[in-house]
Design a binder for this molecule. Structure first.
Ligand code: PHE
Length: 464
């Protein structure tokens, strides 16, 4: 990850799995996954996502981690070490975390705001429909909360103590999981009758969430859902942006990569599915099908309603919940900023402290712009996938729907056709370990992934 940590190694497979899961599990699972699933009609999105996880997710995660361990280099150098001509790929992967950083702390700030809401006991107000929009469109408050979130992230990276926070996340992650399961179960018991007299239940919402609806499906819509699901996969697993390559370079040769990769996939996907189960039935109960397309605000509008319906206990549960999401978001944002800092230290031969300060200030300037995208710089841009977005959505689109298919396409060509899949296979089987899904991997990396990535890339620029 950094010059100062050259030769750093994970001491155990568990340490590796938890660190990678700490980077993977964040607001992507709890905020992004449910709103995409709701916008794309629930069941069909889930079905496509699950198929993608066990095929593409597995392939990309395997490529990244094995690449890192085999070359023993961080992402900036790994590709060039394997093949000199491909050095440029390391540089492109570096762009993705740089863009994600600009808006990740904005969302981290939103989560923090809700921690504050439950501390001050404003939970009834927070449950009203307009509360979230009033907040993000205000000029000062989102910037202040973003600033706090970003400052904590930068401070952790500045001190180089991310290992400490990872240790902390060993307690937070399981806690978060338990909370999400409990709230999900509670969501299923909800019942609400709206002004027009229509009554809806949580179980009906669960059906919307899980049962695919193929009616009226066109090729264009299918491709859009596929692009959404794929962009979510990249974002959620933190793949194709160098982070997992770097983590791979810290894994000891004794670690069974196959089994670690399966566990990371399972954990990340499990949290996302459960988060959807917690949020989508609740949205359906309180706002019906119409409420499902509300996009990035989904979690922040629906969960306060759930906590409100819990009565007095809701304040406490809401507080603990948003605190835990804050920690999950921090472990992710630290992994993003750490990558930026470590790479810049290497490029500019600068010290950790100085680099963290500069990256922190640059991120701050960019994040302020993103916050102001909801008021001063407000615009509505129709994105090629049909949705209408503001600055934050545009950045999200550029990194996850445009750049990531491109870097994955390139890395699949490098591995599938230049180095050949055997190059990765040898690493996966090092020390007599078993490479599960080996045939699937070769076929994916050589044929299927490049074709689909190319289609998605063309789709993402709106040419299809
Ligand atoms: N995977 C993280 C999440 O789901 C986000 C992230 C993206 C982390 C990119 C690192 C790199 O929230």
């Amino acid at each position: 990850m950094s010059q100062s940590k050259k030769g750093a190694k994970f001491t155990s497979s568990l340490g590796f799995i938890l660190t990678a899961a700490g980077s993977a599990v964040g607001v992507g699972n709890i905020w992004r996954f449910p709103y995409l699933a709701a916008r794309d009609g629930g069941g069909l999105f889930i079905l496509i996502y699950l198929i993608l996880v066990v095929t593409f997710g597995f392939t990309l995660l395997t490529s990244d981690i094995a690449f890192g361990r085999k070359t023993g280099q961080n992402a900036l150098r790994a590709y060039g070490t394997a093949n000199k001509k491909w050095n440029f790929l390391g540089k492109i992967t570096f762009l993705v975390p740089a863009i994600i950083m600009t808006y990740y702390s904005v969302i981290g700030g939103w989560v923090l705001k809700y921690v504050a809401v439950y501390i001050t006991g404003d939970k009834a107000e927070a449950a009203s429909d307009s509360y979230f929009m009033d907040f993000v469109t205000s000029k000062i408050s989102p910037v202040v909360f973003m600033l706090i979130f970003l400052a904590i992230t930068a401070f952790i990276v500045y001190c180089g103590v991310e290992k400490g926070i990872e240790r902390f996340s060993k307690f937070v992650m399981p806690g978060l999981l338990v909370m999400i399961i409990a709230i999900a179960i509670y969501s299923l018991t909800l019942k609400h009758t709206d002004a027009s007299g229509a009554a809806r239940t949580g179980l009906e919402g669960l059906a919307v969430y899980l049962i695919p609806d193929f009616s009226g499906l066109t090729v264009g819509r299918f491709l859009n859902i596929l692009l959404d699901a794929m962009s979510q996969l990249f974002f959620s697993l933190s793949v194709s942006m160098g982070i997992m390559v770097t983590y791979g370079s810290y894994v000891s040769k004794e670690t069974d990569l196959s089994s670690s990769i399966s566990k990371i996939e399972l954990f990340d996907t499990g949290v996302a599915l459960l988060a959807g189960m917690m949020i989508i039935p609740a949205v359906y109960v309180f706002s019906g099908i119409d409420g499902m397309s509300s996009g990035p605000s989904l979690m922040f509008v629906s969960l306060p309603k759930v906590f409100e319906s819990m009565g007095g206990a809701g304040t406490f549960i809401g507080l603990i919940f948003f605190l835990m999401v804050t920690f999950a978001a921090l472990t992710s944002s630290v992994s993003i900023m750490e990558t930026l800092v470590a790479n810049c230290m290497e490029i500019f031969h600068s010290t950790r402290k100085k680099t963290s300060l500069i990256i922190g200030i640059l991120s701050l300037a960019a994040s302020v712009l993103i916050c102001l995208g909801y008021n001063i710089f407000y615009f509505e841009l129709k994105l090629p996938n049909g949705s209408v977005g503001q600055l934050l959505d545009v950045m999200d689109y550029i990194s996850n729907s445009f750049l990531m298919p491109l870097t994955s396409l390139l890395s699949c060509i490098l591995i599938g056709w230049v180095l050949k899949p055997k190059w990765i296979q040898e690493e996966m089987e090092y020390g007599g370990k078993k490479f599960r899904r080996k045939r699937l991997y070769s076929c994916m990396v050589k044929y299927i992934a490049p074709v689909i990535m190319a289609v998605l890339f063309i789709q993402s620029v709106g040419l299809l």
